[in-house]
Design a protein around this ligand. Structure first.
Ligand code: XUL
Ligand code: CO
Length: 445
C-alpha cells in the first residue's frame, strides 16, 4: 500500500472492530464513516498526526539521548535523502493509521541549509515530495507552522525580539512557510509563539514587544490575502515554557490582544489541552471562552500530568475531559477548517515503532467516544437546558433592561429599596450535573 516499509508489524490499514474487540491494533470507537448528527466521525474530528513528535524526534530529553527505534533518523545519510526517508515513514504511518491529516513545522520536514536561501530551497524540495505523497495517499494538511524557537538566533524571541533584523528574519521564514502551506492546500496556518515572551522583566519592554507582535500578525494576515490562502490563521495559547512568561497566555488574553490589534475577525485559536492546564485552567474552559468569543479554530489534543508542571504532551486518555470539550466545540457548530491534531509524544521508554500506532489508536478512540457522549448531551440539552434555566431571568424584562442600558444604578437602588427586588438563591446543582455527565460518558455506545 505504501512506497516504504518501516512499520512492518502493521501490515494493513487499522480498522474499526467495535467496543467488543480485543485487537490492540483496531479501533473500538473511531468508525470514520459513522454518522453522528449531520456529519461522519471523520468529518467531525478531522484527525491530524504531528510530524515533529512522531517522526522528527528520537525520544531524547534534557537528561539523555534518544531511545526510540527510528531508522529514518539514523545519522550518515545526506540531509535531503534523510528527510525523504522520514517523509516516506510518515506517510506510510498516516496511511496505515487512516489519519486524514498531518501537521508540520518547516524544520520537521526539511533540513536547514547554510543560508536562509538554502533553507528555503530545501523546504521547497521537500514540499514537492510531500505533494506527491499527498496525491498518492489522499492525506491532507491540517496546518503548517514555522519553527522559530529551536535555533539560537531566536533565543530572545522572533517577532518580539529587541532587534528588528531578527523580526525581519522571522517574517521571511513565516512568509516562506505560508507559501509551503498554501502550496500543499493547508486548511490552517498556525503560529505558536515559542519564545514570544520574556525570561526577566529587567531587560524587557512589554509595550514595545506587544506592538511588534501585533504588527507581525497583521503582516501575516495581509500576506494571507495577498496570496489567496483560504485557510485560517491560528494562534496557539501557552502561558510559559520555554519562556517564563509568554504573551499568548490563554484564550482570553489572546482575545484581548486580537481586538487591540484589529485582528479578531481574521485570526482564531488553536487550543492545546496541556497548555490550558499550565495556565491553571481546565481545557473545557479554554474551549468555551473561544467558542463564546467566536474564536475557536482547532485543537491540539494531548494531556499533561497532574503532578508535573511542564508540558509532558501525553496522548489523551480521559473521555470525560474530552467529552466536556467536544460538547463546547459542538455547541459552537463544530470545527470549520480546524481539527484534532495529536500534539502528543510517546514516553521515552516506549521505544518500538509500533508504539506510535497504539498511542494514536488510543487517542482517536478517546476522541471518538467523547464525540458520541458530547453529541448526545447536546441533543438532549443535558447541560444547555440546565444553563438556560439558570440564566432564565436574564431573558426576562429586568435582565433586558439592565443589559440594554435602560436602567441605572440609581434605578436599581430605588427598586431594591422599595422591595420590588428581592432575589432568592437557587442551587447551582453541580453534583447533579456531574452525575449527569458521568451517565452520558458511561452509556455511550
Ligand atoms: C509547543 C507546541 C507546539 C505547537 C506548534 O508546546 O504545542 O508544538 O503546537 O509549534
Ligand atoms: Co501544540
Amino acid at each position: 500500500m505504501s512506497n516504504s516499509e518501516f512499520f512492518t508489524d502493521v501490515t494493513d490499514q487499522i480498522r474499526y472492530e467495535g467496543p467488543g474487540s480485543d485487537n490492540p491494533l483496531a479501533f473500538r470507537w473511531y468508525d470514520a464513516n459513522r454518522v453522528v448528527g449531520d456529519k461522519t466521525m471523520a468529518e467531525h474530528l478531522r484527525f491530524g498526526v504531528a510530524y515533529w513528535h512522531s517522526f522528527a524526534s528520537d525520544g531524547s530529553d534534557q537528561f539523555g539521548s534518544g531511545t526510540w527505534d527510528r531508522p529514518w533518523l539514523e545519522a550518515g545519510a545526506d540531509p535531503i535523502d534523510a528527510a525523504r526517508q522520514k517523509m516516506s515513514a510518515a506517510f506510510e504511518f498516516f496511511e496505515k493509521l487512516g489519519a486524514p491529516y498531518f501537521c508540520f513545522h518547516d524544520l520537521d520536514i526539511a533540513p536547514e541549509g547554510d543560508t536562509f536561501a538554502e533553507s528555503c530551497a530545501n523546504l521547497d524540495t521537500l514540499v514537492e515530495e510531500a505533494a506527491i505523497h499527498m496525491e498518492r495517499t489522499g492525506v491532507k494538511l491540517l496546518w503548517g507552522t514555522a519553527n522559530m524557537f529551536s535555533r539560537p538566533r531566536f533565543a530572545s524571541g522572533a517577532a518580539t525580539n529587541p532587534d528588528p533584523e531578527l523580526f525581519a528574519r522571522a517574517a521571511a521564514q513565516v512568509k516562506h512557510c505560508m507559501d509551503a502551506t498554501h502550496r500543499l492546500g493547508g486548511a490552517n496556518y498556525v503560529l505558536w509563539g515559542g519564545r514570544e515572551g520574556y525570561d526577566t522583566i529587567l531587560n524587557t519592554d512589554i509595550g514595545r514587544e506587544l506592538d511588534q507582535l501585533g504588527r507581525f500578525l497583521q503582516m501575516v494576515v495581509e500576506y494571507k490575502h495577498q496570496i489567496g490562502f483560504e485557510g485560517t490563521i491560528l494562534i496557539e495559547p501557552k502561558p510559559h515554557e520555554p519562556t517564563k512568561h509568554q504573551y499568548d497566555h490563554d484564550s482570553q488574553t489572546i482575545a484581548g490582544f486580537l481586538r487591540k490589534y484589529d485582528l479578531a475577525d481574521e485570526v482564531k485559536l488553536n487550543i492545546e489541552v496541556n497548555h490550558a492546564t499550565l495556565a491553571g485552567h481546565d481545557f473545557v474552559h479554554e474551549v468555551a471562552v473561544a467558542v463564546d468569543d467566536g474564536l475557536l479554530g482547532s485543537i491540539d489534543a494531548n494531556r499533561g500530568d497532574g503532578r508535573l508542571g511542564w508540558d509532558t504532551d501525553q496522548f489523551p486518555n480521559s473521555v470525560e475531559e474530552m467529552s466536556l470539550a467536544m460538547h463546547e466545540i459542538l455547541r459552537g457548530g463544530g470545527f470549520a477548517t480546524g481539527g484534532v491534531n495529536f500534539d502528543a509524544k510517546l514516553r521515552r521508554q516506549s521505544i518500538d515503532r509500533s508504539d506510535l500506532f497504539h498511542a494514536h489508536i488510543g487517542g482517536m478512540d478517546v476522541m471518538a467516544r467523547a464525540l458520541l457522549a458530547a453529541h448526545q448531551m447536546l441533543v438532549d440539552g443535558a447541560l444547555t437546558t440546565a444553563r438556560a434555566q439558570r440564566y432564565a431571568g436574564w431573558d426576562g424584562e429586568l435582565g433586558a433592561d439592565i443589559l440594554e442600558g435602560r436602567v441605572t444604578l440609581a434605578d436599581l437602588h430605588q427598586r431594591a429599596y422599595a422591595g420590588s427586588i428581592d432575589p432568592s438563591p437557587r442551587s447551582g446543582r453541580q453534583e447533579t450535573l456531574e452525575n449527569l455527565v458521568n451517565r452520558y460518558v458511561e452509556r455511550v455506545s
